[in-house]
Design a protein around this ligand. Sequence first.
Ligand SMILES: [Fe+2]
Ligand SMILES: [Fe+2]
Length: 222
Amino acid sequence: MVLARGVSIAILSHLASIKSIPHRTELVAEYLVDQSDRQISAAKPQSKKGRAMGLFTKDIKTMDDLFMHTLQDIYYAENKIIQSLPQMIDTASNPQLKQGLKSHLGETKNHVKRLEQVFKMQGQKPRSIDCPAIDGIVEEAEDVTGEVEDVDVLDAAIVAAAQAVEHYEITRYGSLIAWAKQLGRAECVSLLEQTLDEEKAADKKLTAVAESKVNPAATRSP
Ligand SMILES: [Fe+2]
Ligand SMILES: [Fe+2]
């Protein structure tokens, strides 16, 4: 729903005067910000404290919109992972873990290319929307790994962080595939399934290296 500017301001003034709405100042300020960057970031997730989800606008109206929204979300996430994996690779000590992360970085670059093909199949240009979930997972990974002193324990923390990333990707691709099937987009399904298979394989490899090498070494560490 897009309101005329005069109407928006009248509603916002009214909201600002209602004492029962918590954080009303932030809510009004954030609405104004949202309105200004709406062209760049349509359907921006609205999960911040004090922000009422969908109170003013509902940009996702159909399953097709939801599919595109989630495609933009995972496109952001995959690019974020490409930025953050090199640091994880540098920090890891176990050679098998290092190698596994390196090869998944190569696969991740391919995931971005596949997503770009899916956008093209929809007649759309590749576009990202903020994904607070992947930002949070990466931020937490950096916080935790920054706190670990022992190199073997650090490897165990890196595996856990990397698996959190994989599981996020798995859930997103799972939904996208189910929706693409429902929407009759077989060509998208096949591309997305190739990526999902690689995410699942990466997750399994992480479990294997953790159970066979990383966790036993971390447990032996003083
Ligand atoms: Fe990926
Ligand atoms: Fe992945």
